[in-house]
Design a protein around this ligand. Structure first.
Ligand SMILES: [Zn+2]
Length: 79
């Protein structure tokens, strides 16, 4: 299955909304719809006084497609 870049972009945006909502399971791969995404979170700050930032790495374990979202928000899976 081939998706256009625009279609993939829309699906990645949907995936990030699911992450923000805490629905981390069952997010299909936006690139190829071939597997569920794995989500890895890391925290970092630019200096000790800075607020903690979060990087969310969304990755498909099958085809390797990945995208990142960044922000101060702390999201975690619900249920
Ligand atoms: Zn995939």
């Amino acid at each position: 299955m081939m998706l256009s870049v625009g279609e993939q972009r829309g699906r990645w945006i949907e995936a990030t909304k699911h992450v923000a909502a805490g629905s981390w399971d069952n997010i299909r791969c936006p690139a190829n719809d071939d597997e569920f995404l794995e989500i890895h979170v890391s925290e970092w700050r630019s200096d000790p006084e800075a607020p903690t930032m979060h990087e969310y790495r969304l990755r498909c374990p099958r085809c390797g497609a990945e995208n990142f979202m960044h922000g101060p928000q702390k999201y975690s899976p619900k249920g």
